[in-house]
Design a protein around this ligand. Structure first.
Ligand code: GDP
Ligand code: CA
Length: 307
């Protein structure tokens, strides 16, 4: 059974870890968001791809909730001491990955190939593809101005309300090699419980990916990132409220109009199920590995492909 999963960073990665616990990892292709990527200190950082890599290969820091376990911050301390760009938290171990990635990219290796090499070295068994090798970047339009994703999210703490989201470069971006082929060969497509606007949205903004999904023969199931109308973490609920007019399952489903056959929602949201898309109600809080596996199994089941 071929499974393709579209994912952002931390929230998506937790779900993917559950997924790899219920299907053969070699049968899974992950399409990761690259619209959060940034150039910092001369390095290319791909936070969502790295969250996925770290989480799926046992390298993530579960307590902090992001980045690598057993991390230290000496390099960044020096950066700060020297008045350099230290607003984006890059740990020493994390920096090692960015050094290698950046060198590969500078040598002309595409991001997809660089990611495949890093994933292989880390022992990732699933296939991890960036949505695109071309630059796609999220920009947020807010009352205080328009900001690149990480400026809004990290530097300004996603405090600004969002009036619109733009995906610069997406219309002309080509899907990374293998993405469209994986979607065509998929038996199931899953949209992880990632932020619909800033994690899944930029993947779907790549025209050929949206087309491939629109013309799918495989069922496509999304998992809602909201529980009781609230994001477990981050700004998804506030974005939905302002951009979609609410935070019920219908509002989540509206983000994926025409693209999904079912939406997995939490028991806490069972009171207001969408009319236009099939809803599957279960517990969606991934409190531990077992809960994540059960959620992944529920999503596969909703697609008619029980694990
Ligand atoms: P990021 O790229 O690191 O910001 O992560 P994602 O976009 O992949 O995931 C962020 C989303 O994951 C947030 O909107 C959270 O509400 C959602 N999320 C995190 N943990 C859980 C969980 O246990 N269950 C559900 N349903 N959603 C979750
Ligand atoms: Ca992200």
């Amino acid at each position: 059974m071929n499974v393709v999963a579209l994912s952002g960073g931390v929230g998506g990665a937790r779900f993917l870890r559950g997924l790899l616990g219920v299907v053969e990892p070699a049968d899974v292709t992950i399409v990761g968001n690259v619209a959060d990527d940034l150039e910092l200190l001369g390095l290319r950082v791909s936070p969502d791809l790295d969250s996925i890599l770290y989480t799926l290969t046992g390298r993530s820091d579960e307590e902090r909730g992001w980045g690598r376990a057993d991390e230290s911050w000496r390099a960044l301390d020096t950066v700060a001491e020297l008045g350099g760009d230290a607003w984006f938290r890059l740990g020493d171990r994390d920096l090692g990955l960015h050094l290698v990635r950046t060198e590969l990219l500078r040598a002309g290796v595409p991001l997809s190939e660089a990611t495949a090499r890093i994933a292989a070295a880390f022992g990732l068994e699933a296939r991890l593809l960036p949505a695109s090798d071309d630059p796609v970047r999220t920009f947020l339009e807010t009352p205080a101005g328009t900001f690149p994703f990480q400026t809004w999210f990290v530097a300004r703490g996603h405090a600004d309300e969002v009036d619109a989201v733009h995906y610069a470069g997406a219309p002309e971006a080509r899907p990374a090699p293998g993405v469209v082929e994986a979607l065509a060969a998929a038996d199931v497509v899953l949209l992880a419980p990632s932020n619909p606007y800033v994690s899944i949205g930029p993947i779907l903004a790549v025209a050929a990916i949206r087309e491939a999904l629109g013309g799918r023969r495989a069922p496509c199931v999304a998992v809602s990132p909201l529980i009781g109308g609230r994001a477990v973490k981050g700004p998804a609920d506030r974005m939905l409220a302002r951009l979609q007019g609410g935070t019920t399952p219908s509002h989540v489903a509206a983000c994926y109009e025409g693209l999904i056959d079912a939406l997995v929602v939490d028991e806490a949201d069972a009171g207001s199920l969408p009319r236009d898309v099939r809803a599957v109600v279960t517990r969606t809080l991934m409190s531990d590995a077992d809960a994540a596996r059960r959620l992944a199994a529920a999503a596969l089941d909703a697609a008619g492909a029980p694990a």
